[in-house]
Ligand binder design. Structure first.
Ligand code: FRU
Length: 485
């Protein structure tokens, strides 16, 4: 693995020509995604600034142009009219001023009265590498470019640690105010959320207080990327707690969880109904963000990074890594959160092919098992050995996913076997395979499992328990992967 110096990681991109050769090289990789948003070069991580604005979906991702390394972060901007076909728009935000000299870090967007507003963290560091995070804003201009405000909206609080970032903007109609949720760490190193309020989008911001989630005062060391949404009258609080191990998550210390409950903006209390739940049970799912302005009170649209902080992936050798998940629709059904891929993914179906044990590089599988124990082994060798193995224990109602059998193994120290427990018997799996990812939706969205996977040439086979019905569609590409910087 390449060792990067700080100078290399934090180099400013002066001209697209500096990364053209890198782009030409990586675009031929067999692991380039075909229907998932991925970095034009280098590394993509968190989704940012996701909103529907004047009929167009805007999405950015955290981007380090130079290679598969977390260094100087830009926002790279993509747009879509259907959430499936994405167009590269070029750099969204560039770390080019004093307040964000070491990165334009994560944030959100909101469309109001014909304008699209973006909120991000300006990651400032001084010569001694001491960090000061600023909450900054930008507005989409007439040319479709993000224009930064000259000054931050506010700076950090000095009664919390330097970890104060990832502004999520929300409008609260009862209070007739905007609120910004910021992921934070207390002085005694507990994860939390700080809340700011204003009647106006770009001025008048004041600190409202710290969010209280009763029972979760000590839950992880930092809550990254908070997101809150109301779906069918239930508030859903999503965030990525880190610096802690959690049950069923092997050795990982980075997670993405949610609570269902009620947000009270008077007391700044989120009262959860029941405990936290994993948003996804897979190996590689983090920093999920929902879109603003979805315009339907009964659903949210969510997208996430396929990857985890601190993890390493085989395409690092090729100087790139990362991908977004498919956008998902979130609904509340019978009091539970249900996640399904957005309906537009069905338009990508090219043709249904015979279920003969071979696996296309980009496809959707729909598998309906018979009652009882069941196995679905993806990316096996021709003789059925190895691969990415899912075993369902019918008595326990638990799927166990084991990727130790793949030719390319990675993040072994974090764990290569994870469980996805179900509440109902397993009756259906929808599996979306792209060149370097697998996303599994169980029982029409009761639980999901997202993972990177890097099959070698001899691994494009699968086996499935007898009696299961299997349908497979090849999927058409929907990302343009062109060089727009
Ligand atoms: C989450 C995160 C955010 C931060 C961004 C920087 O992965 O650490 O908290 O804003 O990544 O790239």
């Amino acid at each position: 693995m390449k060792e990067w110096t700080r100078e290399e990681r934090y180099r400013e991109l002066k001209s697209p020509e500096e990364i053209r050769e890198l782009y030409e090289r990586i675009k031929t990789s067999v692991y380039r995604q075909t229907y998932h948003v991925q970095p034009v070069t280098g590394l993509s991580s968190d989704p940012n600034g996701f909103a529907l604005h004047q009929g167009k979906w805007h999405l950015c991702y955290q981007w380090c142009p130079w290679g598969a390394v977390h260094g100087l972060k830009y926002w790279y901007h993509v747009t879509s009219t259907d959430l499936m076909h994405w167009r590269n728009e070029g750099i969204g935000l560039q770390p080019d001023c004093e307040y964000d000299n070491r990165g334009t870090h994560s944030g959100s967007a909101i469309s109001v009265d014909g304008s699209l507003y973006f909120y991000y963290t300006g990651n400032h560091r001084d010569d001694n590498w001491v960090r000061t995070p600023y909450t900054c804003a930008a507005v989409l201009d007439g040319e479709g470019k993000l224009r930064k405000l000259p000054k931050p909206l506010f700076g950090p609080r000095d009664d919390y640690e330097e970890h104060q970032r990832d502004p999520k903007i929300v409008w609260n109609p009862e209070k007739q105010k905007y609120f910004i949720f910021i992921g934070a760490q207390t002085m005694d190193k507990r994860g939390t959320v700080l809340i700011y309020q204003s009647e106006k989008l770009l001025e008048g911001w004041s600190f409202a207080g710290e969010l209280s989630v009763p029972g979760y005062e000590k839950f992880g060391g930092m809550w990254e990327c908070p997101y809150i949404v109301n779906i069918s009258g239930t508030d859903v609080l999503i965030f990525s707690p880190q610096y802690t191990k959690l049950p069923g998550r092997a050795e990982s210390t980075n997670h993405n969880v949610y609570f269902l409950g009620k947000m009270d903006y008077d007391t700044l209390t989120f009262t959860p109904q029941g405990g936290y739940k994993y948003l996804d049970f897979g190996f590689d799912f983090y920093a999920a963000q929902g879109a603003a302005n979805v315009g339907d009170p009964d659903k949210a649209i969510l997208i996430s990074w396929i990857g985890l902080p601190d993890n390493h992936y085989p395409t690092e050798e090729e100087d790139w890594e990362g991908s977004m998940t498919l956008p998902r629709e979130l609904r509340i059904v019978d009091g539970k959160l249900v996640q399904t891929p957005v309906a537009a993914v069905e338009e990508l179906r090219e043709k249904e092919i015979p279920a003969d044990g071979t696996l296309p590089a980009a496809c959707e599988m729909e598998v309906c098992p018979k009652a009882g124990d069941f196995d679905l082994n993806l990316f096996t060798k021709a003789d059925g050995s190895g691969g990415f193995r899912l075993h369902y224990d019918g008595a326990k109602k638990v799927c166990t996913v084991d990727r130790t059998g793949m030719d390319k193994r990675f993040n072994q120290q974090v764990g290569e076997v994870l469980e996805m427990p179900l509440e109902q018997d397993l009756r259906k799996l929808r599996v979306f395979i792209d060149r370097s990812s697998v996303e599994i939706f169980a029982n029409d969205g009761e639980a999901t499992f997202t993972s990177h996977s890097y099959p070698t040439e001899r691994e494009f086979h699968y086996t499935v328990s007898a009696g299961a019905s299997v349908k497979i569609w090849t999927l058409k590409p929907s990302v343009t992967d062109d060089f727009v910087v």
